[in-house]
Design a binder for this molecule. Structure first.
Ligand code: ATP
Length: 260
C-alpha cells in the first residue's frame, strides 16, 4: 500500500502545522504547554501502536481513550476555551464606526484628549513608584472589561493623577485590587482580575503581577503594575510582562499602543 501525496495534501499538512503552531503559542503563554506536549506524545504513541505496529490489545485501549478524547480535552482546556470565547464575545460593537471616525473625525481633538489621559496616568504611576505605593491599572482597548469592572466599585470619574494616587493610597478603602480605565474614564476600582497560571513568572512576583498578566491573557487590555515592594513600574500586554521601566518609557509605550 503506497501513499500518494498531492497538492491538496500538502496544503492540508501546511494548515495543520499552522494550527498546531498557533495552539502551541497560545498554550505556551498560558502555561498549559506541558499538557499540549503530553497530548501530542500520546497521539504519536497511539498512531505507532495502532497503525504502524498494529498491536491489537494496546491499540484497542488507546482507541477507547481517543474516542472520549474530545470530552477530556474540553475538561483539560476549559480555561483556555472559555478565554477564547470570552475574547471573541467581548469585542466591542461599533468598531466600523470607530474606524470611520478615526479617518474622518476630528483626530487632533481626540489625540489631545488621549494624550491628556496618558499624561495623568503616567504622572500617577511616577508618584506611586516614588512613594513605593502598590498599584494596578488596567487600560481597556477593544475587548470590553465590564465583567471585571462589575467585581469592583463603580466610579465613572474623569481621569486625574491625584484621584488615581488617592485610590491606591494605603488607607483608602479602594486601594486593594485593580483600577479599570475605559473610554478615558476611571471606570471602576478594587476590581478582581483573573490570576495567571503562567509558570515562567519569577517566584518573587506575587498576586498583583499575576493578576496583571491574567487580564492581558484574557483580553487585549494593557495592565500597569507599580510594585509596593520595589517601587518598580512594569507593564503587561498579551500575557507578557516588561519589568522595571522608566515613566518616560511607559509614556512612549502607551502612546504607541493607544494611538487610536
Ligand atoms: N485577583 C486580583 N485582582 C486584582 N488585584 C489583586 C488580585 N490579587 C491580588 N491583588 C492585589 O495585589 C496585592 C497583593 O500583592 P502581592 O504583594 O501579592 O503582589 P506582588 O506582585 O508581589 O506585588 P508587590 O511587588 O507590590 O508586592 C493585593 O493587596 C491586591 O491589591
Amino acid at each position: 500500500m503506497g501513499f500518494q501525496i498531492g497538492f491538496k495534501d500538502i496544503v492540508d499538512i501546511f494548515l495543520v502545522a499552522i494550527l498546531l503552531y498557533q495552539t502551541f503559542k497560545l498554550l505556551k503563554r498560558t502555561g498549559a504547554v506541558n499538557i499540549f506536549i503530553g497530548i501530542l506524545a500520546f497521539i504519536i504513541c497511539w498512531f505507532l501502536v495502532s497503525y504502524v505496529f498494529k498491536m491489537e490489545l494496546l491499540g484497542g485501549i488507546f482507541d477507547r481513550v481517543v474516542s472520549v478524547g474530545a470530552f477530556a480535552l474540553i475538561v483539560l482546556f476549559q480555561d483556555e476555551i472559555r478565554r477564547f470565547f470570552l475574547r471573541i464575545g467581548s469585542k466591542r460593537r461599533g468598531s466600523i464606526f470607530r474606524i470611520f471616525k478615526r479617518f474622518f473625525g476630528n483626530n487632533s481633538n481626540e489625540k489631545e484628549k488621549t494624550d491628556f489621559v496618558l499624561v495623568q496616568i503616567v504622572l500617577a504611576c511616577r508618584n506611586l513608584a516614588k512613594s513605593s505605593t502598590g498599584g494596578l491599572i488596567v487600560l481597556t482597548r477593544e475587548n470590553s472589561l465590564d465583567f471585571y469592572a462589575h467585581s469592583g466599585e463603580q466610579i465613572n470619574a474623569t481621569i486625574n493623577s491625584r484621584l488615581i494616587e488617592n485610590i491606591f493610597f494605603k488607607n483608602s478603602p479602594l486601594h486593594d485590587g485593580a483600577l479599570i480605565v475605559s473610554d478615558r474614564k476611571l471606570k471602576a476600582a478594587a476590581c478582581i482580575l483573573p490570576i495567571s497560571k503562567n509558570q515562567s513568572i519569577p517566584k518573587r512576583m506575587g498576586l498583583r503581577h499575576r493578576a496583571a498578566l491574567g487580564i492581558t491573557e484574557h483580553s487585549d487590555a494593557i495592565a500597569i503594575i507599580i510594585s509596593e515592594e520595589t517601587g518598580h513600574i512594569s507593564w503587561a500586554i498579551n500575557g507578557q510582562l516588561t519589568v522595571n521601566v522608566k515613566p518616560e518609557q511607559l509614556e512612549h509605550f502607551l502612546s504607541e499602543e493607544l494611538a487610536h
